[in-house]
Write a protein that binds this ligand. Structure first.
Ligand SMILES: Nc1ncnc2c1ncn2[C@@H]1O[C@H](COP(=O)(O)OP(=O)(O)OP(=O)(O)O)[C@@H](O)[C@H]1O
Ligand SMILES: [Mg+2]
Length: 156
């Protein structure tokens, strides 16, 4: 099922391969500086989506969840990407000490799990993806927040 308007869409993902197919479509529209928030419960599919995007761009190494490191950098297909998982971020002090403020240079693509743990510290999202766990599969709501985000969404 697929519903659409200018700034939001909702997609049912029956299984992991559907999540990866969505990741492949998204990967084709990533632009430097783009910020994507990934919301959803533990095990909802956020890292699966990131892994799918990186693989679609041609990354063949292991994509591990940055659960403890909080961020994992990648360079692939001419893009710098930063995959954040902020579940374990403690506070603003830890954020500053880790130098994360300097990460947001408008050049990399930012894929951020658990952005709600760092609101006010991270830039506004261009695209917000919200995973819901269903009895079978997942439902994702995708919302564009900026012109760049809408451009990405339009092409999905
Ligand atoms: N559309 C889908 N339907 C059913 N299962 C899926 C779907 N997409 C991904 N999965 C499975 O759900 C799990 C998602 O794990 P993943 O690590 O991606 O979650 P996460 O949202 O990153 O969790 P966390 O907040 O703990 O980092 C994986 O086992 C994956 O195979
Ligand atoms: Mg994850």
């Amino acid at each position: 099922m697929h519903s659409n308007d200018d700034s939001r869409t909702s997609i049912n993902l029956a299984d992991e391969s559907a999540t990866i197919a969505l990741a492949q479509r998204l990967a084709a529209h990533l632009k430097p500086g783009m910020v994507i928030y990934l919301h959803g419960n533990l095990g909802a599919g956020k890292t699966t989506l990131v892994r799918g995007m990186l693989n679609a761009l041609g990354y063949t190494g292991r994509v591990k969840s940055p659960t403890y490191t909080l961020v994992e950098p990648y360079h692939v297909a001419g893009l710098d990407l930063r995959h954040f998982d902020l579940y374990r971020l403690i506070d603003e002090e830890e954020w500053e000490a880790a130098g994360f403020r300097d990460e947001f240079d408008g050049h990399s693509v930012f894929l951020i799990e658990w952005p709600e743990h760092a609101l006010g510290l991270i830039p506004q999202a261009d695209v917000i993806i919200d995973f819901e766990i269903l009895a079978e599969g997942r439902k994702v709501k995708i919302k564009a927040n900026t012109a760049i985000g809408r451009e990405c969404l339009k092409q999905l």
